[in-house]
Structures are given as C-alpha cells and as structure tokens.
Design a binder for this molecule. Structure first.
Ligand code: G3H
Ligand code: 13P
Ligand code: ZN
Length: 335
C-alpha cells in the first residue's frame, strides 16, 4: 500500500474548498507521456496553480498504470527542484484516476498511491450508480483519498469514454446521490462532451466568417444543482475549447479534421466562477501537440530525432496550459 501523502501528493479536498471560495477551478489535465507531464508541471509551477494530474483507462492501456504512477511521483520531485531553482512556492499536485469504471480499478489505484479517483457509474442505472459509488467512497475514505462521482451522461466518441447521446444531470437527483454515497465531488452533464467534435454542425449557428458557434451550456441546470447542494464541488468533463488556431495548424500541415467545435472559453470562465471547482481538459493538448509535430514534419522533412518534434510540441503545450490557468480557469497564483 503506497501512501500518497508520503509521495508528496495531496487529495482534492482542500483544493476544492479554496477554489469554491475563490471563484476559480482547478485544472485537471490528462497525461499519457513524459512531454505532456513535463508541460503540465512546468506551466502550473510557473503560473503557481494547483493541479490535478489525470490518468484515464486509455492512458493506463497505452503507458501502463505503474509507469504512470512513478512518473507522477517523479513529477512531484521535479516540481520541488524547479521551485527551489526558480525561487517559487511549491504547488499542490493531486494524482487522479479519470473515468474509473469498476471498484477493483479504483482500489488498485488507491493502493498504488493515487490521491483521488473518479468512479464513473453514469452508464449504470441510478441505483447501481449509487451502490458502486458508495462502495468506492467507503474504501477510499479509509485512506483519505477523495472520490468524484458522476450523474448524467456526456455525449462523446473517445476510445474508452463512449456515449451515443447525452442525458443532462437531473437536479432532483443530486441531493439523494451525494448524501447516500458521501462522494466528495460530482461530475455533471450540462452540454459538454469529450473529444474535438462536441456538437454537430446542425446544432450550431455560423458567424459571418463561417465559424460554428455552439449552443450555450445549460447554466440553468448548473444553477439548480448549486441551489440544491450549496458549497458542494462540481466537476466539468469535456471542457476543451478546440481552438481554431490548433485545428488550422493540423489541417494546414496535412491533417483532415472536420467540423471541430469546443466549449467557448468565456463559458468555461463563467463556470469556473461558480461551484465548478474542477475542469477537465485533454483534447486541446492533443490538438496542439499534433499540430506542432505535423508542422515540424512538413517544414523539416529530414528531421528524425524525436526530441526535435516532441520538444516543440512540449513547448506549445506548456504555453497552452499557462494560458488556461491564467485566463480560463483563474487558477494562476492560487497554489
Ligand atoms: O475523458 C476522456 C479523456 O480525454 C481520456 O481519454 O481514454 O482516450 O485517454 P482516453
Ligand atoms: P476533452 O475531451 O474536452 O478535453 O475532455 C477531457 C475529459 O473530460 C477528461 O476526463
Ligand atoms: Zn471525462
């Protein structure tokens, strides 16, 4: 049994308490490889933002759960050294299982040093979701590990996070769910979804430049939930903004992304000021990384040293995470 506290990690409880009071959201960034992890840590340290490092099922399959866990521990040590060098305050880092789907998986992550887990029972019936979430919470809380549950279903087409259609969270269920499970935070469905095609073009308007404008998130549902659970931490998944600049970079360098559309940053900023204390972002990093690598390949076709294309990709990621912390989540300076 690895103790996350001894590894220098923190759970999300205090992070969320401060975020709720301060009207900002903690960034929850996914990582699968070294360059993403370095970029997340560097950006969050330099902007003095707390951070949640997320490991998904897809990441575990790709990179191995044990390796990712040791990488996160290494990242804590790296952050401490960098903080000393740059004369900055150390930042709080949580290691979180993203979209855990079974009790066994959550247990294994808790035993190996994760400080926070998500049990995503949103695809089960309501009663099964309650029972599964409660079981995970009972185990996790013995080790002071925090648990995120989910009510409502996000639409999306990612490898391991599939849902044909979304179902908004029902505000009338949240009090019962939270009190029966004792979960620490709740992911809700108010119109966000995973991936780079969050809305179909026919759901959107177009501006005069032909750019797709998505429908607003259901802030009315969020407000109702806030009223029912005052001061309770809410989580937004599927919150990439899918910047047109990144998509353009991909498509100008041989890519073929079509009808991409994300969540406008002003809507995320608005959400971050509310009870939304954690905002999950993965796809935007994938887009900038892909665009940068493609550009290097097109401009320097003789290049074959991975450091020469993954290095620039890491730089573009670092820049993106800094901008998110400063201008979207409001977490900069809150470490
Ligand atoms: O929630 C979805 C995340 O973007 C992780 O996706 O399972 O493909 O790693 P993944
Ligand atoms: P995006 O696909 O919008 O980046 O969402 C990521 C996410 O919700 C991870 O859990
Ligand atoms: Zn998600």
């Amino acid at each position: 049994m690895a103790d996350y506290k001894e590894l220098g990690l923190v759970n999300t409880r205090n992070m969320f308490k401060k975020a709720m009071k301060g009207g900002y959201a903690i960034p929850a960034y996914n990582f699968n490889n070294m360059e993403q992890l370095q970029a997340i840590i560097t950006a969050c340290l330099e902007t003095q933002s707390p951070v949640i490092l997320q490991v998904s099922s897809g990441a575990r399959k790709y990179a191995n759960q044990t390796l990712l866990r040791y990488m996160a521990e290494g990242a804590v040590e790296m952050m401490k050294e960098m903080a000393k060098e740059k004369k900055l305050k150390e930042i709080p880092i949580a290691l979180h299982l993203d979209h855990g789907d079974t009790f066994e998986l959550c247990k294994s992550c808790i035993e190996s040093g994760f400080s926070s887990v998500m049990i995503d029972g949103s695809h089960h019936s309501y009663e099964e979701n309650v029972a599964l979430t409660k079981k995970v919470v009972e185990f996790a809380h013995k080790y002071d590990v925090t648990v995120e549950g989910e009510l409502g279903v996000l639409a999306g087409i990612e490898d391991d996070v599939k849902a044909e259609k979304s179902t908004y969270t029902k505000p009338e269920e949240v009090i019962d769910f939270v009190s029966r499970t004792s979960v620490d935070s709740l992911a809700i469905s108010i119109g966000t979804s995973h991936g780079a095609n969050k809305f179909k073009p026919e759901q959107c308007a177009r501006n005069k430049d032909g750019i797709l404008i998505p429908p607003e998130l259901r802030f009315d549902i969020l407000e109702e939930i806030e009223k029912k659970l005052p001061g309770f931490p809410i989580v937004l998944h599927g919150s990439s903004s899918v910047p047109i600049e990144a998509v353009k970079m991909i498509n100008e360098n041989g890519g073929k992304l079509k009808d991409t559309i994300g969540i406008p940053e002003d809507q995320l900023r608005k959400a971050a000021k509310s009870a939304v204390c954690k905002i999950n972002i993965d796809s935007d990093g994938r887009l900038w990384m892909t665009g940068t690598v493609r550009k290097v390949f097109v401009e320097k076709p003789a290049e074959f040293d991975p450091r020469k294309y993954l290095g620039p990709a890491r730089e573009s990621l670092t820049e993106m995470y800094k901008l998110k912390n400063e201008h979207v989540l409001g977490s900069a300076g809150k470490a």
